[in-house]
Design a protein. Structure first.
Length: 412
């Protein structure tokens, strides 16, 4: 029986789902800072437009408050000239007054147009300054929130010992930071207690089972033992072996729920080949052919746990197969920045609505846990936990004609 991997030295970390692909333009993401900037700038623009409209209306009203402030009553040999308006060289008094009124109306309209255009230019310039100032102020106000986010990312990427310890006024962000620190304290204590429990359970559960196995093997080695006693000993030995497998599976499941801290380059092709070598004798006994091309696919992770994924999938594919002419295909490939382990097999038809059940502990398809000799019901649960701990995922799909297609995807 392969030895279980040692628990990590640092406190375990929670399991996170694989990160989604980043958008092509991350700066277009509607962050709170961008939204606050748009809010501040939009409010300034609305206020500026309202103020400009009021000033324009007041100026127009003032300029149109009265008609022409003067008019010609009477004169002899009157001559008028203007550099801005075209005035008649000669004419009657009424013609001169009309020309002056028209000229002053044009000047008023030109003054209003100049006021409007220059005010709009000033508003655009001030809006740019307002948006820049709003962006800077939003960044300053949200800087504690960014510190909380960075700390949360470091916690997810390393351990639970980091804290925010935010300084500053006792406001809502300070309260959020303190609450987050208290939550991290509780999580660290919980995961440390879980790690301690797993270590203690590993010793307390393995020791009596190992003693029972030794005693049974000693009694079975006695050639003078009655046949009934030998048969009972073999039955008890098989039951004890099954209990040992169950304990090992539970301990591995508890450890594999934590994200891997110590990562090393591991080739999935080599891992799959080793798993096939271990399951080959069982496959030959069941007349199951193992095939498939395995390309180099190197990932960062724990080789022992990744080998357990491959072994569990290959063993399940061999055991849950058709009686004659069955096959198992194991393929590894590297594509789009992800390494993939694909295990497909022939077998009974699996309804799509029962796929999710096979990943639950002690759950099988139409098979009771206590009435099967094909395992302890933890293989796929362990595989899913190990995949998540490596930042990947495992997907099961029904295969046309019967059997399953198990796809493990891991980041490179």
């Amino acid at each position: 029986m392969a030895a279980s991997p040692a628990p990590p030295t640092a406190p375990p970390k929670p399991t996170w789902a694989p990160k989604s692909a980043e958008p092509p333009f991350p700066w277009l993401r509607p962050t709170i800072r961008i939204r606050l900037t748009l809010l501040y700038g939009g409010m300034f623009m609305i206020a500026g437009i309202l103020l400009l409209s009021i000033i324009y209306l007041l100026a127009a009203q003032a300029l149109h408050a009265g008609s022409t402030p003067f008019k010609i009553v009477g004169a002899q040999n009157l001559t008028l000239s203007s550099s801005n308006c075209q005035l008649p060289r000669s004419g009657t008094v009424a013609e001169f007054n009309d020309a002056i009124s028209t000229c002053m109306a044009q000047q008023r309209q030109q003054a209003l147009d100049n006021l409007l255009s220059r005010s709009l230019l000033a508003l655009v310039g001030l809006s740019v300054i307002a948006f820049a100032f709003g962006y800077a102020m939003a960044g300053r106000v949200l800087s504690p929130l960014g510190r909380i986010t960075r700390t949360a990312r470091r916690v997810a990427g390393t351990d639970l010992s980091r804290r925010i310890e935010l300084d500053g006024p006792d406001d809502e962000l300070k309260e959020l930071s303190d609450t987050f620190d208290e939550m991290l304290d509780r999580l660290e204590r919980a995961f440390t207690a879980q790690q301690r429990f797993v270590a203690n359970a590993s010793h307390e559960l393995r020791t009596p089972l190992a003693i029972n196995r030794t005693l049974l093997e000693v009694h079975l080695s006695d050639p003078g033992a009655p046949v009934e006693l030998q048969q009972l000993g073999k039955t008890l030995l098989a039951t004890n072996e099954r209990s040992e497998q169950l304990v090992e599976g539970l301990l591995l499941l508890a450890r594999s729920d934590n994200e891997i801290i110590d990562r090393k380059p591991v080739d999935l092709a080599e891992v799959a080949s080793r798993a096939i070598d271990q399951a080959r004798s069982e496959a030959e006994a069941k007349s199951v052919e193992i095939k498939g091309e395995r390309a180099v696919a190197v990932v960062q992770g724990n080789g022992v746990l990744l080998e357990r994924i491959a072994l569990n999938l290959v063993q399940n594919a061999v055991r849950y197969n058709i009686p004659e002419g069955g096959w198992v295909e194991v393929v590894t490939e590297l594509k789009d920045g992800h390494a993939t382990l694909l295990v497909s097999n022939t077998g009974p038809v699996v309804p799509a609505y029962e796929i999710d059940n096979i990943f639950e502990p002690f759950r099988r398809l139409r098979t009771e846990r206590t009435g099967s000799d094909k395992g302890v019901g933890l293989g796929l649960s362990i595989a899913r936990s190990v995949a998540r701990a490596h930042g990947g995922r495992i997907i099961a799909e029904p295969r046309d004609g019967g059997g399953l297609v198990m796809r493990v995807t891991l980041p490179v």
